[in-house]
Design a protein around this ligand. Structure first.
Ligand code: F6P
Length: 317
């Protein structure tokens, strides 16, 4: 830990990017409340209850998905700089302040299948210039970040000049973890939902088969596997010790562009990854270069240690 708090960090950011600083401050306030709500002894079973309707992506909405979304909408409505809020949980953008400088996109509660399993979940956000409208390539992002509610409540944030890591303290403040967030370029650890292997395209199957062949195969080293099932948690681990995450397209109905959403999952993660020296790709192009056609569009997502993502891309897709 260093003496730098998120509050001080955002005061520095505010000198050049007041709208970004105000938005991140509002989101951090929500994260503090969500972290407390999730940790309450009586909360998990109720927060994981299906609320009865599916969200804009067709996923079941849990009580905590809805709560997190409402808390973010309320917090951003109080920030004059925010022109609009785009959420996984809503069909369309909520317009907030005419003349606002930024648009905030968010997956309010990522990893919702893990809510009642006491496994890390989180909030993902992306901050874009309002002038570009709702459907901008990730390259335009002014800031992005992930809050993770796990053994520690943490924030990884970039405002375009490296990635900063903060941890929530008992004083209710986020403190700089004193961690220089640089992702190792090499890795021997992959993350993929292997239960879908029979649906994968040939290049994905070949890549994973070569990893599994270990020291006896063409990669000439052994690989380990991890799959938490919360993008934020798999991501956090990869920031910490390297790795490659894959959610490719597959042959199941509705998975021809994978599972994850471009605007509020893949793009913000890709901005963080790139700022930490890693890579994020859909198998063909950089995630940050993809211009969305629709708010809830899905995208195949492969990210992590730069050399390993490059290796995956060589298998073709
Ligand atoms: O937001 C979707 C998500 O829950 C991610 O957090 C996670 O990486 C992925 O879906 C898990 O997908 P699956 O249930 O197919 O393993």
């Amino acid at each position: 830990m260093t003496a730098l708090t998120l509050t001080k960090f955002l005061t520095q950011i505010a000198a050049d990017q007041p709208a970004v600083a105000a938005s991140v401050r509002a989101l951090a306030g929500v994260a503090v409340e969500l972290s407390a709500t999730i940790a309450r002894p009586d909360s998990t079973a109720q927060l994981g209850a299906v609320r009865g309707s599916a969200n804009a992506d067709g996923d079941d909405q849990k009580k905590l998905d809805v709560l997190a979304d409402e808390m973010i909408a309320t917090a951003l409505a109080a920030v004059d700089h925010v022109a609009a809020y785009l959420s996984e949980e809503r069909d369309a953008a909520i317009q907030l302040h005419d003349g606002g400088d930024v648009i905030v996109a968010s997956d309010p509660l990522d990893g919702s299948s893990n809510i009642d399993t006491n496994v890390s979940i989180g909030t993902i956000f992306s901050i874009l210039p309002a002038s570009g409208g709702s459907l901008q390539p990730g390259r335009n992002q002014l800031a992005s970040g992930i809050f993770v509610y796990g053994p520690q409540t943490t924030l990884l944030v970039t405002c375009g000049d490296g990635v900063f890591a903060f941890q929530l303290g008992t004083d209710g403040q986020f403190h700089d973890m004193g961690w220089q967030v640089r992702m190792p370029a090499e890795t021997s650890e992959f993350a993929i939902n292997a239960s879908n292997s029979r649906h994968w395209a040939a290049p994905v199957s070949r890549y994973i088969a070569d990893c599994l062949a270990g020291s006896a195969g063409p990669r000439q080293r052994n690989f380990n596997m991890r799959w938490v099932g919360s993008l934020v948690a798999d991501g956090w681990r990869i920031f910490r010790r390297g790795g490659i995450f894959l959610y490719p397209a597959d042959a199941r109905d509705g998975y021809d562009n994978g599972r994850l959403r471009l605007v509020y999952e893949a793009s913000p993660m890709a901005f963080l990854v790139t700022q930490a020296g890693g890579r994020a790709s859909d198998g063909q192009q950089d995630i940050l270069d993809i211009v969305p056609d629709a708010l809830h569009q899905r995208v195949p997502l492969v990210f992590g240690s730069a050399n390993e993502v490059d290796e995956f891309v060589k298998y073709g897709s």
